[in-house]
Design a protein around this ligand. Structure first.
Ligand SMILES: Nc1ccn([C@@H]2O[C@H](COP(=O)(O)OP(=O)(O)OP(=O)(O)O)[C@@H](O)[C@H]2O)c(=O)n1
Ligand SMILES: C[C@](O)(CO)[C@H](O)COP(=O)(O)O
Length: 441
């Protein structure tokens, strides 16, 4: 059977790539009473987050990607519903859904069977590693394109590892019998990439079902596997603590600043972040409106920002993460927010929102004006004034200088608030738990 696949190559002589996403596990250790891939984090299922990551990578490659989603038997309609609801977000993927098996390896084998014949390089990815950055996909594929039979992402083991023996579970009654040298150990992740022919042969070997990853099956055949750099963001969602951490990976309060012109959708996204990640929202427009109602306040905009900054600082100091909803992209304003983040020791995430469809943006602005919704308490800027308030994008140098830990660009002509929440959650998840303010690839 394996040799039925000709492993064809694309125009650049690279093997055609396909993905098997294994999502059929029951999530027993997570204990949410439903298959893990259908559990939600920050307003989207684990499967959606995983597919978004794959679609991001596919769009960077600029190629359509065949994807087999291996779902829990009995929940295939829900899995199909997830794909249908994602719509344009998975436009770069040719996805099909098939039922999984009793063990992970059985699910991989089912997915492999369903991949189109032209696929020569297979990525096997756990849906449960739903925040894996696109770079990791690129690394394993490059290693296989360079001639390896398989490539796995891995991280150095930071704990001392003990080998145990004896009766008992969960550490009860076990005896320590050895301490392997951790310098030679790596904790491996997915996606793992393989030459399709070798992977199919490996899955046809006896006891394949017991394998806890796919690389071990190729190792048994003596096929060369290489290790590439993994990512802390590719951690597997396994137990309830992982679910809690997934929304906010920094372990401490974070400051997320939303910038963008009027009516771009900042307030909707800020509300979604408040609702799904439990952040405190500080909306500059609300403060300005209150100042406006209170009478003549000289320098209303400056006063509004001063109050917003003070409120944000107070919440961060009390350990509460803050989402700041504001228009202003002026250098002084950015410096002031960066200062608040620095003082609080909170990583700063900047989300720059634009709308590349001027017709749509103008319609949103004018609909708001027609509805008499003047967020700052003063008449809405008209279209041309709104355009003048367009926020300049943050350059790499400025990001470095301000200590921006994560920078997200959203185009609200195509992205919706769920995309925004997902990207912010993924960025926070990627942040180094100890080294506040740094983002790992
Ligand atoms: N029969 C199985 C078992 C696991 N998986 C998938 O393999 C990945 C890694 O498995 P794991 O994290 O162990 O998930 P579960 O099997 O769901 O977890 P548990 O053991 O707690 O039930 C997950 O994306 C899971 O959906 C699968 O497709 N089919
Ligand atoms: C394949 C894997 O992700 C590599 O770390 C992992 O082994 C799968 O999870 P499981 O808990 O072993 O099923």
């Amino acid at each position: 059977m394996p040799d039925q696949h000709p492993n064809p190559h694309d125009a650049d002589d690279h093997p055609v790539v396909g993905v098997v996403v294994v999502a059929a596990g029951m999530g027993t250790r997570l204990g949410m009473g439903r298959p893990k891939a259908l559990v939600e984090i920050a307003g989207a299922t684990i499967l959606e987050h995983a597919l978004h990551g794959i679609a991001d990578w596919a769009s960077r490659r600029g190629e359509r990607l065949p994807v087999v989603v291996v779902g829990p038997p009995g929940h295939l309609d829900e899995v199909g519903g997830v794909l249908a609801a994602m719509g344009a977000a998975v436009d770069g993927l040719d996805a099909v859904v098939v039922p999984g098996g009793a063990e992970r390896a059985d699910s991989v084998a089912a997915g492999l069977e369903a991949l189109p014949a032209e696929v020569g390089c297979v990525l096997v990815h756990d849906a449960a590693r739903c925040f894996t950055p696109p770079e990791v996909f690129g690394r394993v594929v490059e290693a296989v394109a360079a001639g390896a039979a398989g490539a796995v992402p891995g991280l150095a083991v930071v704990d001392t590892v003990k080998e145990v023996a004896g009766p008992g579970a969960g550490g009860v009654g076990e005896r320590v019998v050895g301490t392997p040298d951790r310098s030679g150990l790596r904790a491996v992740q997915t996606p793992q990439a393989f030459d399709r022919t070798v992977l199919a042969r490996a899955h046809g070997t006896p006891d394949a079902s017991t394998a806890t990853d796919d690389a071990v099956l190729l190792e048994r055949l003596g096929a060369p596997i290489v290790l590439v750099q993994g990512s802390s963001a590719a951690r597997k969602i396994t137990v309830p603590e992982d679910l809690r951490d997934a929304g906010n990976g920094s372990g401490g309060p974070v400051l997320v600043v939303l910038t963008g012109p009027p009516a771009v959708g900042r307030t909707t996204l800020a509300g979604a972040l408040e609702a799904s990640l439990g952040m405190v929202r500080v909306r500059v427009d609300t403060i300005e409106a209150a100042l406006h109602r209170s009478g003549e306040v000289p320098g209303l905009a400056v006063a509004g920002y001063a109050v917003a900054l003070a409120l944000a600082a107070e919440h961060l100091a009390a350990g509460r993460s803050v989402v700041a909803d504001m228009v202003d992209g002026a250098p002084e304003a950015r410096e002031a927010w960066a200062e608040v983040a620095r003082e609080a020791g909170a990583p700063l995430t900047v989300v720059e929102m634009t709308c590349t469809d001027p017709g749509l943006h103008r319609a949103r602005l004018e609909a708001r004006t027609a509805a008499g919704d003047f967020p700052s308490g003063q008449p809405q800027p008209d279209w041309s004034e709104g355009q003048e308030r367009a926020v300049p994008s943050l350059g790499a140098e400025e990001r470095e200088r301000l200590g921006v830990a994560a920078h997200i660009a959203l185009d609200m002509a195509v992205d919706d608030p769920v995309d925004g929440v997902r990207q912010v959650a993924a960025a926070l998840r990627r942040m180094d738990p100890e080294g506040r303010g740094r983002v790992r690839a």
